[in-house]
Ligand binder design. Structure first.
Ligand SMILES: Nc1ncnc2c1ncn2[C@@H]1O[C@H](COP(=O)(O)OP(=O)(O)OP(=O)(O)O)[C@@H](O)[C@H]1O
Ligand SMILES: O=C(O)[C@H](O)CO
Length: 431
């Protein structure tokens, strides 16, 4: 994104500072993605830090350089801010006396106790100089344009990377409520209590961001719209179901299993009593998953109308509760679970393929982006001596896909440089 901005701005770019994850430059070089790298002698200074998505000293140095750059601006300047997921760990600037270590410990504890990204970032904002609109405030009176890649369901600009250019709307009460909920209020370090108490009595109130324009330039919905166009160009009737898939991976896999059966029944009539029951279960599960933008009715109508090859698309970020010590990622685990669901009963005269992939090209701590499955997966795997249920019980989806058919079902894209969560594609074709 920085390379593209530099290209675009040319001589207008006077100075730049960017904080990126440790190792990303080497990984891009290794992958031969030169076009994504800044040119030699670039005016953009690059800091690499936040190893394992945790704020560290290197990221702190980057945050200080970014703050200094912003503070030096005048009303004649324009500050272009490029924000993507992972930004919270890449821009740590705790309000003194809170230390980097204290902030790290608190966010780690919150995450380990199950706090979601909204809760986590509410606390991060309250303890930060630059989050929650702090960066925009530091740049005042310069104009600020913030270009944002969303890695959060629903694209809330105040949550993505903890909104460095978006005024925080949270109060100290909100923070205390979250800390109470996760049993952390009593054990808070004195420094955190001091900062929270100060912000409660801050005479300036929340940052004002009237000089800022925040624009979402990349999101799951945009990625799905492009995938939809590509599928249509390949002759599929393509429908986007939702860009807000969330919830436990087991329920999400069951949702896609039922969806396949119900859509399949609409595509290859007659509709049986069993499929009417399955449609009722599908609606019930959809309600449980709380998918606010779900276009299920429209998708099923489109399937009936199409009568031929169909591609149903969805995206978001399901959750995996890790129980085993295996190797995998959300996408490979989802694909494997959907494969198991599809193999439970015959599907009728239908060809089916389900694919799940991370848009950043890396699924969890694996080198694959995701995987694809067909209904025959479990029986084919059994013939190779692989027990799908056993791999799932260890969260070992990556090992499974590496063994199964010599890794042929793994999706390898390499790092894409953009993270707008995951994409799920279901292809159906009457035989
Ligand atoms: N063995 C495993 N099986 C399934 N999922 C796993 C496994 N190990 C880690 N994960 C999942 O991978 C994710 C962590 O990977 P990563 O570091 O890429 O996190 P992330 O930043 O949330 O992902 P992304 O960058 O794709 O948004 C978590 O969602 C975690 O539950
Ligand atoms: O950095 C963060 O806060 C998360 O990736 C969400 O944007």
């Amino acid at each position: 994104m920085a390379a593209a901005a530099e290209e675009l701005l040319g001589q207008h770019l006077v100075q730049g500072v960017i904080s990126v994850p440790k190792g990303i430059r080497a990984a891009m070089e290794h992958a031969g993605k030169q076009e994504m790298l800044l040119k030699p002698h670039s005016r953009v200074q690059v800091f690499e830090g936040a190893e394992d998505n945790l704020p560290d000293r290197d990221a702190l140095r980057a945050a200080v350089a970014i703050r200094q750059l912003a503070e030096g601006l005048t009303a004649d300047d324009l500050l272009l801010v490029l924000i993507s997921g992972g930004g919270s760990a890449l821009l740590p600037a705790p309000i003194p006396p809170v230390t980097l270590e204290e902030k790290q410990t608190l966010t780690k504890l919150l995450a380990a106790r199950g706090a979601n990204i909204q809760e986590l970032n509410t606390i991060r904002k309250a303890l930060s100089q630059l989050k929650g609109g702090g960066l925009a405030q530091a740049a005042y009176p310069a104009q600020v344009v913030s270009l944002i890649l969303s890695d959060v369901v629903g694209d809330p600009v105040e949550v993505i990377a903890s909104g460095p250019t978006v005024a925080s709307v949270h109060s100290v009460q909100d923070c205390l409520h979250i800390l109470n909920h996760y049993g952390l209020r009593a054990a808070l370090p004195r420094s955190v209590k001091t900062v929270l108490a100060q912000s409660d009595s801050d005479p300036h109130g929340p940052h004002s961001c009237g000089h800022v324009l925040n624009v979402i330039i990349g999101s799951n919905a945009l990625a799905l719209a492009e995938a939809q166009r590509q599928a249509e160009a390949l002759g599929y009737r393509a429908v986007v179901l939702s860009a807000a898939i969330q919830g436990d991976v087991k329920s999400v896999a069951r949702f896609y299993g039922l969806l396949t059966r119900v859509a399949g029944a609409h595509l290859t009539p007659p509709v049986t009593r069993a499929s009417v029951e399955e449609e009722a279960q599908l609606w019930e599960l959809a309600a449980e998953l709380h998918l606010p933008d779900l276009q299920l009715k429209e998708a099923l109508e489109a399937v009936v109308e199409a009568g031929g090859p169909v591609c149903l698309l969805a995206g978001g970020e399901p959750t995996v509760q890790l129980q085993g010590s295996g190797k995998g990622g959300r996408n490979q685990e989802l694909a494997l679970r959907v494969g198991a669901e599809l193999g439970q009963r015959p599907l009728g005269p239908l060809e089916v393929l389900f694919l799940s992939g991370g848009t950043d090209g890396q699924d969890g701590p694996t080198e694959a982006a995701g995987a694809w499955v067909v209904p025959e997966l479990a029986s084919q795997a059994a013939a190779e001596g692989l027990d799908v249920a056993a791999f799932l019980s260890r969260n070992d989806s990556h090992t499974f896909f590496r063994c199964f058919r010599g890794g042929a079902h793994l999706l390898h894209t390499g790092l894409t440089g953009t993270n707008v969560m995951d994409a799920h594609l279901l292809f159906l074709r009457p035989r």
